[in-house]
Design a protein around this ligand. Sequence first.
Ligand code: SF4
Ligand code: SF4
Length: 141
Amino acid sequence: MHTTTHNEQKLSDRFVAAINISWQVLAKVSESFGTSRFFLHLSGKTRRLFLVHFSQDYVRDQLSARQGECRQCGTCCNLLFTCPALTKDGGCSVYGICRPQACKVFPIDQRDIDEAASCGGQCGYYFKNRAIENSCSQKKA
Ligand code: SF4
Ligand code: SF4
């Protein structure tokens, strides 16, 4: 029983690692296309889709480490394309009805925050470990 859980955890960790490597490859491809953010957002959306469905432990852990709050800026509703459910006043027309899981958990990790930043947005969430990283790099500077 214990071994099965351990193996499942290892499998889940490998899956998350594989998704993250794929994301990095696609992000590099995106970079090579200069200012085009198409691949960056395509890979970001694909990554979130896989994570929410197949790596729920990772998503749960990330959400428990996440701090801050949604500023309702709508940046995450405009990645790759403007979501058809986005209303003219910046609301979500499917909120509380059938809002996709990937929307509910955004941002899952720092990559998502960076993706929003690449569009000029500033997500209201942040991750504890990233805050520590930032304060360390500021001290070094
Ligand atoms: S479904 Fe709602 S929360 Fe998700 S991207 Fe569209 S407008 Fe935004
Ligand atoms: S980018 Fe962050 S702050 Fe802006 S709407 Fe999405 S979750 Fe909220």
